[in-house]
Design a protein around this ligand. Structure first.
Ligand SMILES: [Zn+2]
Ligand SMILES: [Zn+2]
Length: 284
């Protein structure tokens, strides 16, 4: 199977508006691998994208993607959903236009995401009502998109959540198995995943910049770690799974690291882990 990282960034993309740090400055000057747009992955065989950050319009163009038949949402957070307006580009009729909507795109999402997005009076609710065929997924659901089997794997962001509100999607075709779990991997169940050829997963947070400055105060970090995982924990999670190759995404600007610094971190790890970059195409 073939997948492309449309965006390898997180809630804080790189460059971050107004930020003058060395990482953002370099990204503005040089572009390329220094730029990280919001977290989104395109699975070519399924013609499906996982998550729609604000810059989905741009990244689809940049990667010259000509077809999107389905959108799968991992969770409701704005950095994964606010690019849903891309549905209006994907589903627009050819000229001469009779009806604006040529085809409704299949959009898969957890129940909590559905409840938050599809308020009748909300803008995204209006958009999904017109342009999408919405499917609410449950943990363990299996469905097909363009002859690729997709399994929805759900878990709770916090143990106290009433239901599984964060999802990853396992794509399988001709024995090839690719898991995309873009964010909030802390409580993700790893038992029973079987052999994976590729896992595109959350990077996890760094506590300090390369020069040793705290990224979050002690108090803030303690609070955030109730739901977030650290980079070390994310790498540790990899050891629980039989996987050939892991590519990390959700790489926040806040971590303040350059591509070459990430490269040297990955080289020191014994696990098969690398840091992704925008536009990176992966094949199994
Ligand atoms: Zn910056
Ligand atoms: Zn999130």
């Amino acid at each position: 199977m073939k997948a492309t990282l449309l965006g390898s960034g997180g809630n804080t993309p790189t460059p971050l508006p107004t930020c003058q740090c060395r990482v953002c400055t370099k990204a503005r000057e040089e572009g390329g691998k220094h730029v990280r747009r919001g977290n989104s992955t395109y699975v070519h065989d399924a013609k499906a994208m996982v998550d729609t950050p604000e810059l989905a319009f741009e990244t689809l163009n940049e990667e010259k993607i000509s077809e999107v038949d389905a959108v799968l949402l991992s969770h409701f957070h704005p950095d994964h959903t606010l690019g849903l307006r891309v549905l209006q580009g994907i589903g627009l009729s050819d000229i001469p236009i009779e009806s604006w909507v040529e085809s409704e795109t299949d959009v898969y999402m957890p129940r909590e995401t559905h409840q938050k997005l599809v308020e009748n009076s909300s803008i995204l609710g209006h958009l999904l009502g017109e342009w999408a065929n919405v499917n609410v997924v449950e943990h363990g659901d299996v469905f097909e998109i363009n002859d690729v089997e997709v399994e929805a794997i759900g878990w709770r962001e916090e143990p106290g959540n009433q239901e599984r509100n964060i999802f990853g999607y396992l794509f399988e075709q001709d024995g090839d198995r690719v898991l995309v779990s873009p964010d909030e991997n802390k409580n993700m169940p790893t038992d029973g995943l079987g052999h994976l050829h590729l896992w595109i997963k959350e990077c996890g947070l760094f506590e300090r910049t390369p020069s040793g400055t705290r990224i979050r105060s002690r108090k803030r970090l303690e609070k955030d770690l109730q739901t977030e995982m650290t980079f070390s924990e994310s790498v540790e999670q990899v050891t629980e799974v039989d996987v050939d190759k892991v590519v990390l995404t959700e790489i926040e600007e806040l971590y303040r690291r350059t591509p070459s610094e990430y490269l040297s971190i990955a080289e020191k790890k014994s696990q098969p882990v690398t840091f992704g970059h925008d536009g990176q195409t992966l094949e199994t």
